[in-house]
Design a protein around this ligand. Structure first.
Ligand code: DOR
Ligand code: ZN
Length: 432
């Protein structure tokens, strides 16, 4: 259908200062008209967006699509399906694949595979160190030239501070940045669950929050010293949030992301003793959850990134020490953020900033705009409609999440990418 009219939706586009009811006419994939009342006419398909929000579609700069090497967990096609079902049309794949994304040909492989699938924009992050071993810097310039949008050894920290400083300087000097999985491995000491009452009561090896906090502090200090940017992956503890606030106040070029699970879940998820609750950094306590929520509301934390980390069922059934950490995220970010709007932590405008526009700007891309003349790249969602998380509604290849069986509020109805509908809640994933 070359003419689509989205009627009665509430349009929220923070970059273009739009927050009101508007109809949108899309012709051949482009936004032709954006007006208060556009009458339907013969030959145009009408999407009834009554009670729905229409916004730029979302951007997640931290996903694990496991390709190459572990496509039994996820691949670029199934990852893209989960993305568009969650309202995302831009994702950045982590380089902790097998092999690690530390060579230009591997960077190009991810981009080409993403384009072949064609559901959304799939971009790779390059590794900071060769093989993610923390010893020798990769050829960042060549990786950037091949299409890497930033650099990280995620899944592992850069433990050596001298290497981290060099990486920060090098990435910054070529107009990009490094992102760190902040964890001092000596302090974490093979811990599994957040060090607190739950880990103690259940006898699960404890992982103290200072493993994260000290690394966040180190990175902030290096950013202050070098004047170069650093991005903190999946911030999760109260002290880490306070440390980023301190560094920002001193003028450090530091940004931080938070995951849906750290915004909504505590270490209570361990109570049934199951490793679906195992994630790195670990689920923490109520006061940490409050801290990341307020951090996101105030701008100390810049945006949401899901750390979508699929793992196969048999892996998540292993005992605590051997089970890989991680949980899905792409389909749960919107409901999590909407819950915080409902609880008055922030408004819908901030919700769209943290899901869509801020992450896009962080990787140097222009956020999709709901403006006449622009290609339609948007999401239509009903903020109050609920749905159940189950094996059918999860579009990822893996189903690892503590949310299985729970009901979430906030349902994606349509996702548009490159002027086309790539997902609808009635037809599922379209084309591609
Ligand atoms: O829980 C996690 N899972 N945290 C990470 O940093 C890596 C990720 C993975 O790759 O599974
Ligand atoms: Zn990750």
């Amino acid at each position: 259908m070359s003419l689509i009219l989205i009627k009665n939706g509430h349009v929220v586009d923070p970059e273009n200062n739009i927050n009101k009811k508007l109809d949108i006419l899309i012709e051949k994939g482009k936004i032709k008209k954006l007006e208060e009342n556009i009458e339907p006419f013969a030959g145009c398909e009408v999407i009834d967006a009554t009670d729905c929000i229409v916004s730029p579609s979302f951007c997640d700069i931290h996903v694990h699509f496991r390709d190459p090497g572990q496509t039994y967990k996820e691949d670029i096609r199934t990852g893209s399906m989960a993305a568009v079902a969650g309202g995302y049309t831009t994702v950045v794949c982590m380089p902790n694949t097998i092999p690690a994304l530390d060579e230009p040909s591997l960077i190009r492989y991810v981009i080409e595979k993403g384009e072949e699938v064609g559901l959304c924009r799939v971009l790779p992050a390059g590794a900071i160190t060769k093989g993610r071993k923390g010893k020798e810097l990769t050829e960042m310039w060549l990786l950037k030239d091949a299409g890497a949008v930033y650099f990280t050894d995620d899944g592992a920290p850069v433990m050596d501070s001298f290497i981290m400083r060099k990486a920060m300087e090098y990435a910054g000097s070529i107009g990009t940045f490094v992102a760190d999985h902040c964890e001092d491995l000596n302090l974490s000491n093979n811990g599994v669950a957040h060090e607190g009452e739950i880990a103690a009561a259940l006898g699960i090896p404890p992982l103290p929050p200072e493993a994260e906090d000290t690394m966040v502090a180190r990175d902030c200090i290096l950013a202050l010293r070098t004047g170069m940017p650093v991005h903190i992956c999946h911030i999760s503890s109260k002290v880490a949030v306070e440390t980023v606030a301190w560094a920002k106040a001193l003028g450090a070029n530091v940004t931080a992301e938070v995951t849906p699970h750290h915004l909504s879940l505590t270490d209570d998820e361990w109570l049934d003793f199951h490793c679906k609750a195992k994630v790195s950094p670990p689920l923490r306590e109520h006061e940490d959850v409050e801290a990341v929520r307020w951090g996101l509301a105030s701008g100390i934390i810049d945006f949401v990134a899901t750390d979508h980390a699929p793992h196969a069922h048999h892996e998540k059934m292993l005992e605590h020490q051997h089970c890989p950490p991680g949980m899905l995220g792409l389909q749960f970010a919107l409901p999590t953020v909407l819950e915080l709007v409902k609880k008055d932590y922030f408004d819908i405008n901030r919700a769209i900033q943290v899901l869509a526009t801020e992450p896009m700007k962080k990787i140097g891309l222009k956020p999709p705009a709901i403006k006449e003349g622009e290609t339609a790249e948007l999401v239509i969602f009903n903020p109050t409609e609920s749905w159940e998380v189950n094996e059918e509604t999860i579009l990822s290849k893996s189903k690892n999440t503590p949310l299985l069986g729970r009901k979430l509020r906030g349902k994606v109805k349509f996702t548009f990418y490159n002027g086309k509908i790539v997902y609808s809640d009635t037809s599922g994933v379209c084309c591609g």
